[in-house]
Every structure is written in C-alpha cells, then in structure tokens.
Design a protein around this ligand. Structure first.
Ligand code: NAP
Ligand code: ZN
Length: 347
C-alpha cells in the first residue's frame, strides 16, 4: 500500500514530501496510524550520513506513537483502536540466544532498524515514522498507557529506553551520585529516570542557561563542564555518569569525576573520541562502558515504569513542514527538550 511520508533524497538535501510503500499485512502484522513521532538526534545523524551507511531516500523517525488500524489474522496482543508505540527496531530473527534473552537489539543475525535497514519483505530499505502509517510485526509493537499525555510519550520510545536501560543495567539506586552529561532529548530523560530511581542526580552541561530547567526536571545540582573550578569541586565523587554528547569529545574531565569503581557510560558519540589517559582508569579501577537502546521487554518495562511514575518527555510540537528547521535547531542545541511531529499535519 502507498502511504505519505517525509524524507530526504541525499545527505545535503532537505526532507520533503514523498510517497512510500508499506507491505500488505502478514498474519502477525499490525498496521498503525501514526499520531506523533519524536525527532531524535539520530534522525539527523542518519539523514546527514554521519555514520556512512545512509540509504536514500531516507525516511527517519523511531519514536512512534499511534493507534492500531488493522491486525493480521494471527495477531493476539493488539486490536484496532489500541494505543501503541514503535521504537528503534521492527524485526529480528527471534531465534538466536540474544533474541531469546530479550536482547533483540543485539540479534546475532542482525535486527531490523525502523529505518535505513534492509527490508526483508519488500526489498530495498525500511522507512521510519515520519509518515502516516507503519506496518510492524506484533512482537515489536509496544503497549502505551492511555493515562499519560500521548504526545509526550513518543520520545520514550528511543530517548526513554536509551537512558533507562543503562541506569538499570548498572544498578543506579538511592545513595548513588549520578551525573548526566548533555541536556538534550536523551539527557532530560536521563535526569528524570536517575531522580526517579532515587539517586543524587547532577546535570553536567555546557549551557549555564539550562541550569534552572535541569533542576525542574529533577537534578539536585548542576555542574558547568566548561568551568574547571566547578568540575574540580566534584572530583572523585560520582558513582555513575551517563554521557549523551552526540559528537567526539575529551572524556578525561568526566573520568576524573568518578569514584573508585565508578563508571562512565557512553550513549551518544558513535564515532572516534579524543585519546584518554590510562591513568584516569587505572588509578581508581574505573570503567568506560557503552549502551544501545534496549530490548523490547525492557522497553515495555520502561513504558510501564513511566505510566506508574507519571514520567513523560518535555516536548515542543511541530508540523511536518517545520522538520528541516527542527533539524537545524537540534544541531544548534536549541530544543527544549524534544521536538515531536504532529502527524495529522501530513494527511
Ligand atoms: P540532543 O537533543 O542534540 O542533545 C545532546 C546534548 O549534548 C545537547 O543538548 C548538549 O547539552 C550536549 N552537547 C551537544 N554538543 C556537545 C559538545 N560538542 N560537547 C559537549 N556537549 C555537547 O541529542 P539526543 O537526541 O539527546 O541524542 C544524543 C546522542 O545520542 C546522539 O548522538 C544520538 O545519535 C545518540 N543516540 C544514541 C542512542 C543509543 O542507543 N545509544 C539512542 C538514541 C540516540 P548541553 O547544552 O547540556 O551541554
Ligand atoms: Zn533515537
């Protein structure tokens, strides 16, 4: 079936209206009418071919909220009218040890990303949520609570799980001192989750003007990373630092903030980093780790946690024809704290 979408024909081209193909429903497929789609910095990296693997036309979008319009004959979890979400993946082999362990994002046969992945069914590549409809196998469809503000739930599907998963995996808890580096889409969710998990939470930011917002979001304190004196006050005091900086940078100042056995977790920069000093790890047995989104079961757990704790994203709504300006504004660090597209503007 043909559906309306917004995508780019090349890395140096703006996004524009286009028509894409979605598959006819297979027996375990769910057809979703998309209501909202968040704008992740990854959408911009992908469109700009920052990771060197972009396939054009590219239709980004992996923070999708919608209502089920139709289901295949064997679908049991969902029915027409249900409020659902789709995140960064739409398929995986469902057989390997990673899939069996609810780690579909590490599928040994390669998971299928919501956009820019090989499309197993139609050939070509997958198209994301900047469109009116999407067809997804039921295992990759998430159930969304009707209790929360739906438009503010969309960013949970990527920014939410990407920050929730490492905080849970490295067991952030009451009594821990936790830093979140970068107050953007991921960072503002990181602050909310670290606070909700009971940690003493610090925003570590390059932007002094964001300090008040950081506290409103749940930070107990704010550290300006460009201010050496401010950083020095916190040397060797942190248990865990979640680093969302989207580009290569110098990790050494953040490593120096960690206590013995402390951990810095990278989720942002999928590219070379500046060299770090071995002493910053060796002398106090510190760790640098990384984390990628989360599995489907954990994504559902995160959505349920948000419904229980009344956690959503802080969003700025846009129409689809404002998407190119939104991309520019994210790159200029001018978003509070996630753009979400009202997909009714594409009909
Ligand atoms: P974003 O909204 O643009 O936020 C990034 C924040 O990082 C900015 O608000 C800024 O915060 C800080 N920052 C930007 N440039 C910086 C620099 N040169 N040095 C220091 N700080 C800088 O981006 P996002 O959507 O949160 O995404 C962040 C990164 O995570 C992107 O690279 C994205 O592709 C990646 N990502 C990874 C995963 C995963 O699974 N691992 C999932 C989703 C996204 P301050 O003003 O507070 O300094
Ligand atoms: Zn994302």
């Amino acid at each position: 079936m043909k559906v309306q979408a917004y995508g780019a024909q090349a890395s140096d081209k703006d996004l524009e209206p286009l028509t894409i193909e979605r598959r006819e429903l297979l027996s375990n497929d769910v057809k979703i009418k998309i209501i909202y789609c968040g704008v992740c910095h990854s959408d911009i990296h992908a469109k700009n071919n920052d990771w060197g693997n972009a396939k054009y036309p590219i239709v980004p979008g992996h923070e999708i909220i919608g209502r089920v319009e139709e289901v295949g004959a064997e679908v049991s979890k969902y029915k027409a009218g249900d409020l659902v979400g789709v995140g960064c993946m739409v398929d995986s082999c469902q057989e390997c040890s990673q899939c069996n362990d609810d780690m579909e994002h590490f599928c040994e046969n390669g998971s299928t990303s919501t956009y820019n992945s090989k499309d197993k069914h139609l050939g070509g590549h997958t198209f994301g949520g900047y469109s009116t409809h999407i067809v997804v196998r039921e295992e990759f469809v998430l159930s969304v609570s009707e209790k929360l503000d739906t438009k503010a739930v969309a960013p949970l599907l990527c920014a939410g799980i990407t920050t929730y998963s490492p905080l849970r995996h490295w067991n952030v808890k009451k009594g821990d001192k936790v830093g979140v580096v970068g107050l953007g889409g991921l960072g503002h969710m990181g602050i909310k989750f670290a606070h909700a998990l009971g940690a003493e939470t610090y925003m570590i930011t390059t932007s002094p003007e964001k300090a008040q917002d950081a506290k409103r979001l749940g930070a107990d304190g704010v550290i300006i990373s460009k201010d050496d004196e401010d950083m020095k006050k916190h040397f060797v005091t942190f248990d865990f630092i979640l680093n969302t900086i989207p580009v290569g940078h110098d990790l050494n100042p953040y490593l120096q903030l960690l206590k013995p056995d402390g951990t810095v977790c990278l989720v942002g920069a999928i590219e070379p980093l500046e060299p770090f000093h071995g002493g910053n790890l060796i002398l106090r047995r510190k760790r640098i780790v990384g984390s990628l989104i989360g599995g489907i079961a954990e994504t559902q757990e995160m959505l349920d946690f948000c419904a229980e704790h009344n956690i959503t994203s802080d969003v700025e709504m846009i129409d689809i024809n404002e998407i190119n300006t939104a991309f520019e504004r994210v790159q200029k660090n001018d978003v509070k704290y996630r753009f979400v597209i009202d997909m009714a503007s594409l009909n």
